[in-house]
Write a protein that binds this ligand. Sequence first.
Ligand code: ISL
Ligand code: CA
Length: 561
Amino acid sequence: MKEQNWWKECVVYQIYPRSFCDSNGDGIGDINGITTKLDYLKDLGVDVLWLSPVCKSPNDDNGYDISNYRDIMEEFGTMEDFHRMLEEAHKRGLKIMLDLVVNHTSDEHEWFNQSKRALDGGKYRDYYIWKKGKGENPPNNWGSFFGGSAWEYCEERKEYYLHIFSRKQPDLNWENPAVREEIYDMMQWWLNKGIDGFRMDVINLIGKDQNFPDGIKDGNAPYGDLVPYTHNMPQAHIYLKEMNEKILSKHDVITVGETLNTSVEDGIKYAGFDENELNMIFTFEHMNVDNLGNSKWNDQRFELRKLKEIMTRWQNGMYQKAWNSLYWNNHDQPRVVSRFGNDGPYRELSAKMLATCLHMMQGTPYIYQGEEIGMTNLYFDTIEEYEDIESRTAFEQCTKMEGVDEETMMRRIRWKSRDNARTPMQWNSRENAGFTKGTPWFTVNPNYKSINVEDQQQNEESILNYYKRLIALRKKYRIIVYGDYRLLDPESDKTFTYMRTLDQEKLLVACNFTDAQVRMQIPDELKGTKGRILISNYSHEDKMLIAAYGSEGRTGEDGSI
Ligand code: ISL
Ligand code: CA
């Protein structure tokens, strides 16, 4: 077993502040709202809270477009509110992790204002990625993730700037040492306030191929693919090592990089125990399991065998080399109980099953607000009802430029939109789910009367209480944190079964992904041994135990459950 660290043993809870809790009735969740829920979070048992961006922002992309890194978004409150929240969190032993969005800023950031005007030199001239066009055309054919070209022409400079995301999110030029110093300074400034870590937004995009070649066009795609020239470039590792040396290594913090399009090999470089870059990364491979080609936009259901293959490859590939993070959900993904589970009659059972499947793996688990009560997707009829910039721009581009008919595209958006994760947190069965006393900024899922925190607190068998037990188990059994992992049923399209092992101990995790009963064999290595069930999503645990192990708590000859 490699070194033990607190960030390997903790559980992180992600808060999307806009949709978490509104304290002043303006319909927008805020920092004081978070403070009022710290007891709830402490009681849940999580250790670290990751807040999606809280810095000043014009909210083109809900805070992922920062216009001032050293100030708080007006709707969310003040710096005083932030300090109070931090202090109250620390009093309860909860750590606070901020979202570091430094691949790009907002186009309303002062650096960009200066850079636009810096025609003949000056400090800010190369803070962003500026290029001359090719005649009437942009510097190359790259398409932005949020629709259209990745280049925007700027009248003032008579040049184009690069924006991998929206045109209001210009990419910073990390080649420029002054930019890097500026960012390290800002990180230190927040660390001085006492924050406990960073989740780093699209951090593997900070290095760009300086030749800026055209990308390959896929099928009907109007633009070329920028991924091979902007993701996981060697520079990204150089800059992360520099950041680590100058800032991170001097603090006992938790770091996780959001890294799109990374392989296990990349993961080992970013999160390797001896690499001095990050503690862990978010892989996307398991989130892309239900993609169609390279695109997330489709409404097909995932294949269990594929999901198991991906997760197993990461579990085994990183083992003893680097650390995994474990997640089913975040503010960019549809709700897992709708996506990989069953949000109809088996919502509770499948939410618990999915939680078990994830939390018993090796890595640091992340819970996204509402996941702990089994919140579901929300399906709108028209594109106008969606708020998210990604859904809106994808609808435009796919229907107008790629020939997808509107009906089909709406089906895909209902299934995959990031807005599925962004409906307000469901606290109770009163108006607006107890999220706000005003008019919520975004539709509350109408199922809040039957899915909410308050009801689940009162029910011993609820998903919420199940999460509490899962978290508590991790604190109690080292095998959950440090044990190795072995998949037992690669061929099954019904079950996901794996074994964890630490020294003499074994932990069997058996998950049924179907809506029917399945029979499974107790693996030979457990036959005749004494075992007990640590947790189960079925209330008839005892019966199962007897069926599996006989009344003595020993496995029977055939070992079937
Ligand atoms: O999740 C996605 C898959 O389609 C993308 O929508 C997402 O943009 C990508 O994962 C990068 O995410 C991060 O950076 C974006 C921001 O919009 C996301 O909310 C953030 O998590 C740009 O800052
Ligand atoms: Ca508010």
